[in-house]
Design a protein around this ligand. Structure first.
Ligand code: ADP
Ligand code: MG
Length: 342
């Protein structure tokens, strides 16, 4: 390849949604090129930390890892628990997504709304170390709003509820900033745990978290369904220790996750209460935008309409990609959105 051509090939603009459960990478002009769990498998006790695998390969090791390997989710709580591991994860995902050091790339990364300056710096440094030329950060609720085409730069309030794996972000955005924001550390993971516990206590069988998550995705709900659902769940009898299956219904699962949903309701109410009345009144018109994988829980929209006494609730078109989609839009119009970036 001639010199100028190879340089051209190295110019890539990347959009990254660094989520607590999933990391999604998109390339300008190409769309999504990588969508994998934010999981890293590391060698136990290695100094410096030796990363064995990232993403899907590492998630498959969760719970089944041989003693020498430990699978961790460095972004689990919406905060970075281990800077080095996060850095390595970002570096490997970039490498996997574009296959080489993206030397001339500009990168826009969405980060959880609640992270600290130190954590922001860590994310930025990780991207720079991976060889990127220019890095900007954007907050996830802002990205979700841009992706959904909400008028974020105008003096009109828009509310976003983004339910991910580790955190639920509730924000009201106006004039290109978050007017009110609350990060709740209860989201999809907490629902999985609640389902696991419910099934142990009420059905007497032990299931792993991956099974609890499958149950949530298949028959989980936040509002009574026209036709309630059920599924056969296989696990280990809590007393006898033998394999056994039980029928679990959507009514069961709703009861199991009710506590988590109540916390989300409270966060929404809190943000509404703290929002300037003028902005809050805009929400009557625009309603709430739901994003994130957890927002796919059946009936959540109807439930939140009830909780807010009638606000319209709209679900993002592709909840799991709403944020990266917005990051890509912001990247494509970097000059328009520059002042919204961190
Ligand atoms: P994050 O942005 O924190 O990485 P995501 O937006 O990728 O999180 O969402 C991941 C969460 O969404 C997980 O907890 C997953 O179980 C949950 N999820 C995915 N699909 C569904 C579904 N159909 N119903 C309920 N929860 C779901
Ligand atoms: Mg997210």
């Amino acid at each position: 390849m001639s010199n100028w051509l190879s340089r051209l090939a190295l110019t890539t603009d990347l959009a990254i949604d660094l989520g607590t459960a999933n990391t999604v990478v998109a390339v300008r002009g190409q769309g999504i090129v990588l969508d994998e769990p934010s999981v890293v498998a590391i060698r136990r006790g290695s100094r410096p930390t030796k990363v064995q695998a990232v993403g899907r390969e590492a998630k498959d090791m969760l719970g089944k890892t041989p003693a020498a390997i430990k699978a961790i989710r460095p972004m689990r709580e919406g905060v970075i628990s281990d800077v080095d591991v996060t850095e390595e994860m970002i570096r490997r995902f970039i490498e996997k997504a574009v296959g080489r050091r993206p030397l001339r790339a500009r990168m826009l990364i969405s980060v959880p709304a609640g992270i600290t300056q130190v954590e922001r710096k860590a994310v930025r440094d990780a991207a720079l170390k991976a060889g990127v030329k220019e890095v900007h950060l954007i907050e996830q609720p802002m990205a979700a709003a841009i992706g959904a085409g909400l008028p974020v730069s105008e003096p009109r309030g828009s509310m976003i509820v983004d339910i991910g794996g580790g955190t639920t972000d509730v924000a009201v955005i106006s004039l290109g900033a978050m007017a009110t924001e609350y990060t709740l550390r209860t989201a999809g993971d907490a629902m999985d745990l609640a389902i696991q516990q419910y099934i142990r206590e009420r059905k007497g069988i032990l299931v792993g978290l991956p099974t609890a998550e499958k149950i949530k995705m298949k028959i989980g709900s936040a509002h009574p369904l026209e036709e309630e659902l059920e599924m056969d769940v296989r696990g280990r009898d809590a007393l006898q220790g033998v394999p056994r299956s039980e029928v679990v219904t959507s009514v069961d699962v709703r009861e199991a996750v009710a506590g988590c949903i109540a916390e989300i309701d409270q966060a929404v109410r809190k943000v509404l209460e703290e929002t300037d009345p003028e902005l809050a009144s805009d929400l009557m018109e625009h309603g709430i935008l739901l994003a994130g994988g957890g927002s796919q829980l059946l009936g959540l929209d109807a439930h939140l309409t009830e909780v807010t006494q009638g606000l319209k609730v709209r679900c993002a078109e592709t909840p799991l990609h709403a944020v990266v989609h917005g990051v890509l839009v912001a990247l494509e119009q970097l000059d328009t959105y520059r002042e919204l970036l961190q």
